[in-house]
Design a protein around this ligand. Structure first.
Ligand SMILES: Nc1ncnc2c1ncn2[C@@H]1O[C@H](COP(=O)(O)OP(=O)(O)OP(=O)(O)O)[C@@H](O)[C@H]1O
Length: 278
């Protein structure tokens, strides 16, 4: 197994704040990681480093065998598939769904004068089929529902046959049905041995697809726990991560978490919803 990501003592400082604080983490070929943590924990920032979009202020970060700071990131980025809200905002609303996916072959957003081979067209069409949105290929991105946009972005992230797949909150904003079908699709991708090493950022343990192998819990820019998912997603670790007593469940390959107070599980993760059993 080769290392896809190798971070050692990575610290990132912006405006005097330590967004990431001495992160040491490695991802190997075949791994499927989930990063969990409360708002502002540094999840997106960590993913930005993995995507070669940001450099650490200090520490060592190697992505796909290339040392950040010593590599041409414009050569590295096409090897990485990324979905994120920031990237989605850059997609022109009048771009066709097919072009949103095809342009990933050049790691650009927005069709210009690139020429596409039949092989690009075939792959883009196959990915849209795989995501269940082949019928939308001629529609413009701006006319899609949120769920259809998320599927388009996932197809785009896979277009360049990436060696590393980074998914930043891919199910955010979806209704229950849309979330469940996308989580199932991500489970299929995770189960495929040909799929690249994958890192998924989410706030919700319920959104971890089946087949995910590892978890990293982040709070205040620091790692609370990281490792094989069964050892890491424990009541104690998740409670420490979110700062609230939580009970973790794992049924049929899917994870769940509920708040606990005075030994009673009350069914919410939000501290605002916690009611004492007294
Ligand atoms: N340029 C910046 N200067 C100062 N602070 C920043 C900057 N960019 C981000 N931050 C802060 O860094 C922290 C981590 O942000 P980040 O977006 O990585 O968190 P996150 O875990 O992804 O949060 P969320 O779950 O809310 O999306 C936040 O407190 C954010 O306000």
């Amino acid at each position: 197994m080769s290392d896809v990501l190798e971070l050692a003592d990575v610290t990132l400082v912006r405006s005097g704040n330590r967004l990431l604080d001495q992160i040491t983490w490695s991802v190997s070929d075949g791994d499927r990681w989930v990063i969990l943590g409360p708002n502002g924990a540094g999840k997106t920032t960590l993913l930005q480093i993995a995507a070669a979009q940001m450099h650490p202020t200090s520490g060592y970060a190697e992505v796909l065998g290339e040392l950040l700071g010593a590599v041409d990131v414009f050569e590295l980025r096409p090897r990485i598939g990324l979905t994120s809200a920031a990237l989605a905002e850059r997609i022109p609303r009048d771009e066709s769904v097919l072009d949103v996916v095809r342009t990933a072959a050049y790691a650009v957003v927005g069709r210009w004068r690139e020429a596409y081979d039949d092989i690009d067209d075939d792959r883009a069409s196959w990915l849209l089929e795989r995501m269940g949105i082949a019928h939308l290929s001629g529609r413009t991105f701006g006319t899609l529902s949120e769920g259809e946009r998320k599927r388009t972005q996932l197809a785009r992230a896979l277009m360049a046959d990436p060696e590393l797949l980074l998914l930043d909150e891919p199910t955010a904003g979806l209704d229950l049905g849309g979330r469940e079908t996308l989580v199932a699709t991500m489970g299929e991708i995770a189960a495929d041995p040909a799929s690249p090493a994958t890192v998924l950022v989410t706030h919700h343990v319920e959104e971890i697809p089946t087949g995910f192998t590892h978890a990293l819990l982040l709070t205040g820019g620091r790692v609370v726990a990281a490792g094989p998912i069964g050892d890491t997603l424990t009541d104690d670790n998740l409670s420490a991560c979110f700062g609230i007593a939580l009970r973790v469940t794992h049924d049929d390959g899917r994870w769940g978490a509920r708040a606990v107070t005075d030994g009673v599980t009350i069914g919410s993760r939000s501290s605002a919803d916690v009611v004492s059993s007294e």
